[in-house]
Design a protein around this ligand. Structure first.
Ligand SMILES: Cc1cc2nc3c(=O)[nH]c(=O)nc-3n(C[C@H](O)[C@H](O)[C@H](O)COP(=O)(O)OP(=O)(O)OC[C@H]3O[C@@H](n4cnc5c(N)ncnc54)[C@H](O)[C@@H]3O)c2cc1C
Length: 410
């Protein structure tokens, strides 16, 4: 098992239950990504009640709260302890190659031979930054969410945040609150209210079954797997952090950053269409919840259905900004993350760097993956989403080790 995040640990728990001999290796400590690659103020955007792993769940006093990073680290580390996962920390996997018996895994702490490998190395190993980065004038400081810790480390002056998914809206909001002018470049995005009809919107995703939709029931799976994260933030006040909230806080909204040419950042127009599309998709999702509520017999438990103010389109939005004028002092690239398989020397990665797999079962026998977007269900990358995926994948793995024919199981 490569990776001692929640995905690798969940799979380890199922393997232990089946008495399958295994080892979980991680280049850092347990929950390394949460320790090393997140900013200081980050809290989970999933409520505590959704922090659940196989045989283990949040049992504290605040099921509607959102964990801080130190709480997440403790939550996952405790899971590793109670499930007695055989973890070898500070063991960097430098290469995985095919071998006659299965796989040869080279690590910073010696080599490992094994029949099967589960890639639980994460979906967000490196920030995904568009090539236009190269054309930004050198005087502007550029940082990714991996380097960002808090706004005080940014130079004074206007900050351009590129990307308006969960990371982008959260950082834009925090940087604006530090007093710096913020321009937010908005591309395709997923708008959600924090609460709906008195419940957390992610409670609805879970209860209504939307999150349980299987990968083989989704029409455009490639698109579903590339969908940006929702505009949500976990705060004690349970505030909604959409573009209206950001605009009200003084954040300037511009379109998608399409190019940097001759020192000028060029932004797409058409904010109106983009905003209406995000509003429409949000309303459709809320319709789904409203249809589910009476069919579940629970309608009376919830507040009345509501709809939210459409995203306000700025009277005018800038289509270009001269990056040499000194107005913008720094750029934060909140343009997503991607996995890193530079150490995986098995031909199972496509030209864009994504793993080819069928519900976590990789083309090469004995090779599996967990924790990737919509791996087997819409909830696959979330903490509470791993249990079902890890059970399915380890079932298949157990069959493989026992010599069962290799086919997808339901
Ligand atoms: C900013 C951000 C916020 C998120 N917020 C939430 C949230 O609120 N709720 C939620 O449910 N999910 C959230 N997620 C999604 C998801 O839970 C995390 O990405 C989670 O860390 C994924 O768990 P994982 O076990 O699949 O991967 P990771 O936690 O990334 O674990 C992978 C492990 O593999 C190790 N590893 C990688 N490569 C190697 C190698 N070559 N050798 C050895 N070890 C290696 C890493 O050190 C790491 O410990 C968030 C993700 C991000 C990026």
């Amino acid at each position: 098992m490569i990776g001692a995040g929640h995905a690798g640990l969940a799979a380890s728990r199922f393997l232990t239950e089946r008495s399958i001999d295994h080892l979980v290796v991680d280049r850092g400590d347990v929950a390394n990504s949460w320790r090393r690659q997140r900013w200081d103020s980050l809290r989970l955007l999933t409520p505590n009640a959704q922090s659940r792993l196989p045989g283990y769940r949040y049992d504290g006093p605040d099921p509607n709260g959102y964990m801080t990073m130190s709480e997440v680290i403790e939550f996952i580390s405790r899971f590793a302890r109670v499930s007695q996962a055989p973890v070898r920390t500070h063991t960097n996997v430098t290469s995985v190659t095919c071998a006659a018996y299965g796989y040869h895994v080279a690590t910073s702490d010696g080599d490992i031979s094994c029949r099967s490998v589960v890639l639980a190395s994460g979906a967000c190993n490196v920030p995904s930054v568009p090539p236009v980065k190269q054309s930004v004038p050198a005087a502007i400081e550029q940082i990714t969410p991996f380097e960002y810790r808090d706004p005080t480390r940014l130079p004074e002056g206007t900050v351009l945040v590129v990307g308006a998914s969960a990371t982008g809206v959260q950082l834009a909001s925090e940087i604006r609150r530090s007093g710096r002018p913020v321009i937010l470049s908005v591309g395709e995005h997923v708008r959600l209210p924090r609460t709906y009809r008195g419940r957390d919107v992610l409670w609805w995703m879970d209860a209504s079954g939307v999150w349980n939709q299987r990968y083989d029931e989704i029409d455009d799976l490639t698109r579903a797997r590339r969908l940006p994260s929702p505009q949500l933030v976990g705060t004690p006040e349970r505030t909604t952090l959409d573009l209206n909230a950001l605009a009200a806080a003084g954040v300037e909204l511009v379109g998608r950053l399409s190019a940097v040419r001759d020192g000028r950042a060029l932004f797409s127009g058409g904010l109106r269409n983009m905003f209406s599309l995000a509003d429409l998709k949000m309303d459709r999702l809320l319709d789904t919840f409203d249809e589910w509520a009476p069919s579940s017999g629970r309608d009376a438990e919830f507040d009345r259905p509501e709809r939210f103010e459409p995203t306000r389109v700025p009277a005018s939005s800038r289509l270009q900004i001269d990056l040499r004028s000194g107005e913008i002092r720094s750029i934060v690239w909140a343009t997503g993350f991607r996995p890193d398989y530079s150490w995986l020397h098995v031909p199972v990665v496509d030209e864009k760097g994504f793993l080819r797999h069928e519900g976590g079962i990789v083309e090469r026998p004995g090779l599996y993956a967990l924790g990737l977007p919509v791996l087997r269900r819409r909830k696959s990358t979330f903490i509470h989403g791993i249990e079902d995926d890890a059970r399915d994948v380890t079932d298949h793995l157990a069959g493989y080790l026992a010599g069962a024919p290799l086919r997808e199981r339901g």
